[in-house]
Ligand binder design. Structure first.
Ligand SMILES: NC(=O)c1ccc[n+]([C@@H]2O[C@H](COP(=O)([O-])OP(=O)(O)OC[C@H]3O[C@@H](n4cnc5c(N)ncnc54)[C@H](O)[C@@H]3O)[C@@H](O)[C@H]2O)c1
Length: 253
């Protein structure tokens, strides 16, 4: 599987999953640009990544900033592979969810993903080849109590991905999502304590969280030439979580 000659852009590229995706894409031969919200985050990520990776700073929820960033990419050769990993999360019960937090999470996770997919998708259609890989979550398919806005955005990302697949499949472009259970990254350390971890382990056949590299290998497969007929798929990277029901004998204590 090679991505030689392909230009990839990873949003949220300075985050836990984003850095792993960027590294895996480079190792598969792609030219990689990471995109994230601050220069400091990008600089720190570049130190952990192989030489040759470049960074651009923009807020995915800012349409003007997205347009400028993707126009710059078009001038540099265009985006062949887009990975949308930028997202934020907040834990709160639905009846107490702050409407401003709700709006911000939708703006970043869903509308921001739309902006990037639309702008990159146009470049891919022009080239007649492209791979869009959205980073969703199993929370897009099940209601994870306490993650109201986040879960709704991931359900939206799943549908956006299918929609892109339906509209772009005849233009050489595929769109698929990777949907992990919790991944050991800074995002999860902020919202999960030991009790959450024990509860997830108890309901997951492979009793642990996903590793960023495991998400990244699924992304690389979906970005490859070989995955050209896989379109509109939500690929769970979840240790069997979505396949299993009650796991007798497992305990959360
Ligand atoms: N960590 C998990 O447990 C987990 C589980 C399932 C799905 N995911 C998904 O994986 C993806 C990456 O998560 P992660 O664990 O790497 O989180 P992370 O917090 O480490 O990384 C997210 C990155 O997105 C960036 N970002 C946030 N808002 C942005 C904005 N407005 N514009 C540009 N960049 C912005 C952040 O700066 C950060 O670098 C997300 O889509 C997340 O929903 C994560």
């Amino acid at each position: 599987m090679t991505l030689a000659g392909k230009r990839a852009l990873v949003t949220g590229g300075a985050g836990g999953v984003g850095v792993a995706c960027a590294r895996a894409l480079v190792e598969a031969g792609a030219e990689v640009v990471i995109a994230d919200a601050t220069q400091a985050a990008c600089d720190a990520a570049l130190e952990r990544l192989p030489g040759g990776v470049r960074a651009v700073v923009f807020d995915v929820s800012d349409r003007n900033a997205c347009e400028k960033a993707f126009a710059d990419q078009a001038e540099a050769g265009g985006v062949d592979i887009l990975v949308t990993s930028a997202a934020i999360v907040k834990a709160a019960p639905i009846l107490e969810f702050d409407p401003e937090d709700w709006a911000r999470i939708l703006d970043v996770n869903l509308t921001g993903t739309f902006h990037c997919c639309q702008l990159a998708g146009r470049q891919m259609v022009e080239k007649g080849w492209g791979r869009i890989v959205t980073i969703s979550s199993v929370n897009g398919q099940i209601a994870n109590a306490g993650r109201g806005a986040y879960s709704c955005t991931k359900g939206g990302v799943d549908m956006l991905t299918r929609l892109l697949a339906a509209e772009l499949g005849d233009k050489g472009v595929t769109a698929n999502a990777v949907a992990p259970i919790p991944v050991d990254t800074p995002m999860i350390l902020n919202v999960h304590g030991p009790k959450d971890r024990a509860a997830w382990y108890a309901q997951t056949p492979n009793p642990r969280y996903a590793r960023p590299e495991e998400v990244a290998s699924a992304v690389c497969y979906l970005a490859s030439e070989e995955a050209g007929f896989v379109n509109g798929h939500i690929l769970n990277v979840d240790g069997g979580f979505m396949a299993a029901g009650v796991l007798p004998g497992r305990s959360t204590s």
